[in-house]
Design a protein around this ligand. Sequence first.
Ligand SMILES: Cc1ncc(COP(=O)(O)O)c(C=O)c1O
Length: 375
Amino acid sequence: MPTLLNRRQWLKAAGAAVAATTLASPSRLLAQAPAAAPRRPPVAPGLVRLNYNENPFGPAPSAKAAMHAAVDGSFRYADAEERDLLELLAAREGCRPEQIVMGAGSGEILDVAGFHFGLEKGEIVAANPSYMALLNAADRVGGKAVRVPLNARLEHDLPAMAAAVTDRTSLVYLVNPNNPTGTVCGAAELRDFVRRQSERTTVFIDEAYLEISDDFAGRTCAPLAVGGRNVVVARTFSKIFGLAGMRLGYAVMPEKLAVSLRARMTGSLSIVTLAAAAASLKDPDYVRDTRAKIRAGRDALVAEVKALGLAYAEPQGNFVFFRTGLPVQDFIARMRAEGVEVGRAFPPMTDWARISIGLPGEMAACHRALRRVLG
Ligand SMILES: Cc1ncc(COP(=O)(O)O)c(C=O)c1O
């Protein structure tokens, strides 16, 4: 069904085409394939949906109230609201608003960074397996990925990644906690890596799940970006804040880079989304409560996986990655037959699976299904 694109997919494809038209060489354009498959295929109704790392505890009641209130003003373009949120975010990160780029989800920022660094010199060093959005965007404009296998603990292998950085590297992309494994880098080792490598190239740390981890303040690399190093740190409102459908993310970086990335953005933000984000930032109690609920679900799932005698990666996000011993497509089909949708294939780890943490009732269904399929 190549022509059935929804508006967002169409905009993404068109944006990529415009970026490529204005920025890529003709030979790259010819080599470029159109964005074919949707990023997230639809889930059949009635299934327990544990495959997209969403946070079903949802937005804070204060964020919902702010969204309702914002609807009355939704005939206006969001100018003051965008500026206000930038200032809130700058205060949160301890930087100037000019150092922040906001996007329709951190996914938009990953895409834009992929285009920018994919075109620049070409090589992007990243772990394998890891989150693919930035690498896929780079690929669409002819950028090359240099994939470094995870270490035995399924963490980023930082010494091996450092060894992979050369004069051709335009970006090092780290995901902390990593997706799909959920593992984090050691805080001191990561900071040392980022300090050293940012002398040679740009280092991008995707912290989409870090606020769910056990030591956000100790692990975040944002202070390195704020301090002017050649570092980008991306965050999202989709995970801990439960606002995936509202589409808001942001990244902190040196001002000069922010100017370049902003120049490649094509969209603008919804006034309702901006209201939700501002209210969420002012509700730390709700975030604390959500984090505790996610961790309780995660601990119980780890206990189940252990009881089944399966290997797993030490999780710090809202999902668990474990070895089923089955080809992942078989595992997905058998879990679907039990009414539970679980995460997709993450090559090369094709007999592992990722399950996102859902509501308590959903997790009970998941545990029952796991015992039937793997017990
Ligand atoms: C590691 C990572 N980064 C970024 C994203 C993009 O999230 P969003 O575009 O909703 O901010 C995701 C989504 O699952 C993710 O797993």
